[in-house]
Design a protein around this ligand. Structure first.
Ligand code: KG4
Ligand code: ZN
Length: 340
């Protein structure tokens, strides 16, 4: 008999639902929240209210697109954390009520583990062990993935995440939130002519706050002599910033491969949608003899498909949780919240 999983993701500003059959994603629907553009970032209270409005229509759509009735579902998988408390609560509460009313088990999913395991949504799938650089709006990590359930964070950011570096730069340039996709677009028309420094961090950790400060001072200096500096040089500024963020990420990844000897290398998270990172990893992989895995766009940014893929692994292990489960805004990959 086939296993049908309904997956729910509501950790930040996107409400998403997916349906999977035996680990294969049949539908993956996302309701984006445009409201945050006005504020230049995600406003938690606005996000949780929008999740409340969106969750039922999105689940309904995911079931319809998959051609599955809710009575056919085997389990409900949901993001328990990490993320914004108010946003998580909407998804967790929905999943609990849905599972209770159908009498089916619930599967808790760690959002960061799900970004990594998004690689199992479609072929080619990485072989274990592999390295995954997870780069999103809230996180930047290099993870050693020994098995689907045995993951170790080898390095992470000590200040801003890579996505934040894009978004905060965008704010300085007067771009809408989230600025990552816009910087990517403008960079395509520009050249990386402005030099921004690469931070010297000895281990596999990252730092992006120095880059942000150097961009701020650079812009202040240039705007003093030319008030139109940003408008006249937007493409080149974007190309320069993007090129530096990508080189910081790829240099660390190279170091992680040297340290571990693992040559299966993947990227995940919203920033893995960046065209320069995708191209740069492909080229570096060819040059270094790595097997490189780059997810399809729908599995890069926040989506319930990846929650379902992780949920399927846990379903096979019968790793279920009860109705007492509650959202957790902080949850490190690999930490078992149900063992004290
Ligand atoms: O994984 P994600 O959807 O949500 C979080 O869990 O944070 O990542 C969102 C982040 C934002 O910072 C956004 O600017 C960035 O991913 N992003 C990009 C691109 N598409 C999304 N950054 C650079 N280039 C892109 N094409
Ligand atoms: Zn995410």
């Amino acid at each position: 008999m086939s296993v049908y999983i309904l997956a729910i993701e509501s950790s930040c500003d996107d409400t998403s639902a997916a349906v999977l059959r035996d680990g294969e994603v049949l539908s993956n629907c996302v309701a984006n929240q445009d409201a945050h553009r006005l504020y230049g970032g995600v406003v938690p209270e606005v996000a949780s209210r929008a999740h409340q409005v969106n969750i039922i229509p999105v689940v309904d759509l995911a079931l319809k697109k998959a051609g599955i009735r809710k009575e056919e579902l085997s389990a409900v998988a949901f993001t328990r954390g990490p993320g914004l408390m108010g946003s998580l609560i909407v998804g967790v509460t929905f999943a609990k009520s849905f599972a209770l009313s159908l009498g089916i088990p619930m599967i808790e999913v760690n959002h960061m583990q799900a970004h990594v395991l998004a690689h199992f949504a479609e072929a080619p799938k990485p072989a274990f062990p592999f390295l995954c650089l997870t780069v999103s709006g809230g996180h930047t990590q290099i993870v050693l993935v020994r098995t689907a359930m045995d993951l170790e964070v080898l390095g992470s950011t000590i200040d801003d995440a890579a996505g934040e570096a894009f978004d905060k730069t965008g704010k300085l340039l007067g771009l809408d939130y989230p600025a990552g996709p816009l910087i990517d677009k403008y960079a395509k028309e520009g050249k990386a002519v402005f030099p921004f420094p690469e931070p010297k961090i000895a281990d596999l950790n990252f730092s992006f706050s120095g880059l942000k400060t150097s961009i701020l001072y650079f812009l202040k200096r240039e705007l003093k002599t030319n008030p139109n500096f940003i408008q006249e040089n937007l493409n080149d500024i974007c190309a320069s910033v993007q090129s530096r963020i990508v080189s910081i990420l790829l240099n660390k990844l190279k170091k992680a491969v040297e340290q571990t000897g693992v040559k299966e290398v993947a990227i995940a998270g919203g920033v893995s949608a960046n065209s320069a990172l995708r191209k740069g990893l492909q080229e570096l992989g060819e040059q270094q003899g790595w097997e490189v895995y780059i997810p399809a766009f729908q599995f890069c940014t926040d989506n319930a498909g990846m929650i379902g893929v992780t949920g399927h692994f846990k379903y096979l292990a019968k790793d279920f949780v009860g109705q007492e489960v509650a959202a957790v805004p902080r949850w490190k990959i690999g930490a078992d919240l149900n063992k004290s």
